[in-house]
Design a protein around this ligand. Structure first.
Ligand code: MSP
Length: 514
């Protein structure tokens, strides 16, 4: 089972572009693997405990549970539906299936002697829900991520013996060089662990919005320990051993780079402590930036995912961020860049190709795809190469820029082929030879589009579906979702005789935006 997770998002506010970035990446990755014919599990959800949510609820005059229910139903789930996110499950940390299993997990660690009682004081950032070390604070005792003052927290807490896992973690990173990606993220974590780990405070007693510690209900479980466990509780940990065995460990945890250490240090140590297998990969994506800062609630620039999809459409939205920003690096959103890529790559290179080919098959062959007289080896070879590149880039390396680049290079190659062959001129030659040549050109272009529809389906499912319909492919090849990546590059799958229709324009001209 290929199991991918997104972070579970805090419900203190509605989702913004940064959250959607990680979730769309996970959706494309899992759709790609489904199209490889693999069994896939894609999990997302919400992180609902802790001080941050509690304070937001208080400020809004409702209980934290009421607040979370409202945000989940009115903001988070609707956005994922809108963006065509095909998650298999949605876990909320206030659900019983989660809270009870978290208590069991922590009790297990306690019984194993991995947890002890102690005291702790230090600067705490509620935005991060994390104790900071004095050394990492900015001038004026500001959190380096939130740029807001930290609070001084002193508590009697329970501690997990994280400090005992440094060596084991370093050995593990060494033996599994692909565990943390990209390389810059891996280096940062290795450095951090080499400096020595401190034990981790895993309980809070100054507020109560959390899961009670089972042996001492004056404490609630630290929100990060609670949250990380979602990846296990959602797939049957402690409740359905057969299912858990089948799905666990996760293949890929997608995380923002801000929460890398939790996933690459604390989480594997927790699993090791409990004798559970460690995930295959933690991939840290970069930040979407606004004015040189991480995009967050306070600096949103007022642009919501829904505003962008209203202007560009859902599919172009799904495409743009993955195409424009190398996965793992920071990037800025720019309305101008989005519009430029929409017009040149989606509308001109891709959309026009699809409509021109359909129009010509309509005009010269009454909409019935002719058989090619010869096989255009150069185009067929370019397709096979594009499929191989895209499959490795997207499916294995999470290099979306590279994978989409390979697919669009192929689209441009087909455009070049048409300009060179000039079918509109060949059409004037009504001899048998002329007709055969015209048939070859149009078959070659349509067959190329057949493959492009398959390759773009994980990224732009609605558009790919329109193209599939316009090629009349379903009748002969079956549903688009059933097409395999391994077959995409096999030349000649779309049979002569397919009914080609000029469907709606794939990427209409943009309205001018204010
Ligand atoms: N609740 C924790 C995660 C627990 S996972 C066991 C959390 N939530 S969050 O809502 O604050 O952010 C979650 C994730 O959203 C980030 O790590 C990242 O994946 C994504 N992003 C939030 N802002 C982002 C950007 N500006 N840019 C890119 N991704 C961002 O942390």
């Amino acid at each position: 089972m290929f199991y991918v997770s997104t972070p579970i998002y805090y419900v203190n506010d509605a989702p913004h572009l940064g959250h959607a970035y990680t979730t769309v990446a996970g959706d494309v990755l899992t759709r790609w693997h489904r199209q490889r014919g693999e069994q896939v599990w894609f999990l997302t959800g919400t992180d609902e405990h802790g001080q941050k949510i509690m304070r937001t609820a208080e400020a809004n005059g409702v209980t934290p549970q009421e607040w979370a229910d409202k945000l989940v139903e009115e903001a988070w789930k609707p956005l994922w539906r809108h963006l065509e996110i095909a998650n298999d499950d949605f876990i909320r940390t206030t659900e019983k299936r989660h809270t009870e299993r978290v208590q069991e997990f922590v009790q297990d660690l306690y019984d194993k002697g991995e947890i002890y009682k102690g005291g702790y004081e230090g600067p705490y950032c509620v935005g991060c829900e994390e104790f900071k070390t004095p050394g990492e604070l900015l001038e004026g005792d500001l959190c380096p991520i939130h740029k807001r003052p930290v609070e001084w927290l002193r508590e009697d807490n329970y501690f997990f013996k994280l400090s005992e896992y440094g060596e084991r973690l370093l050995d593990f990173y060494e033996a599994n060089p692909g565990f943390i990606q990209p390389a810059s993220a891996r280096n940062e974590v290795v450095q951090f662990v080499r400096q020595g780990l401190q034990d981790l405070s895993i309980s809070r007693s100054t507020f109560d919005w959390g899961i009670p510690i089972p042996w001492d209900d004056k404490h609630v479980i630290y929100v990060w320990v609670d949250a990380l466990l979602n990846y296990a509780t959602a797939v049957g940990y402690g409740s359905d051993p057969a299912r858990f065995e089948q799905i666990w460990p996760a293949n890929v945890h997608l995380v923002g780079k801000d929460i890398l250490r939790f996933h690459a240090v604390i989480w594997p140590a927790m699993l090791m402590a409990n004798g559970l297998p460690v995930p295959g990969k933690v991939f840290a994506n970069g930040w979407l930036m606004v004015g040189g800062e991480k995009m967050s609630k306070s600096n949103l620039t007022g642009i919501s995912p829904q505003q962008l999809t209203a202007h560009f459409g859902v599919d172009a939205y799904r495409y743009y961020f993955l195409r424009a920003i190398p996965f793992g690096q920071d990037g800025s959103f720019s309305w101008e860049d989005f519009a430029a890529r929409y017009t040149s790559e989606l509308a001109n290179d891709f959309g026009n190709l699809a409509s021109r080919v359909a129009a010509m098959v309509g005009k010269y062959f009454d909409g019935e795809l002719p058989a090619a007289a010869v096989r255009e080896e150069a185009v067929a070879a370019a397709l096979a190469e594009a499929v191989a590149k895209a499959d490795k880039a997207i499916g294995d390396d999470l290099d979306f820029v590279g994978g989409l680049g390979a697919i669009f290079d192929f689209v441009r190659l087909v455009n070049g082929y048409l300009s060179e062959q000039e079918p509109w001129k060949v059409a004037k030659d009504t001899s048998d030879e002329g007709r055969a040549k015209l048939a070859t050109i149009l078959y070659t272009a349509a067959e190329s589009l057949r493959a492009v529809a398959v390759l773009l389906n994980p990224v732009m499912p609605a558009t790919a579906e329109k193209l599939w319909a316009s090629l009349g492919a379903e009748e002969h090849l079956g549903a688009l979702a059933e097409q395999r990546v391994s077959e995409a590059g096999q030349w000649g799958r779309l049979p002569a005789g397919s009914r080609i229709v000029k469907g709606e324009i794939l990427f209409p001209r943009l309205e001018s935006a204010e």
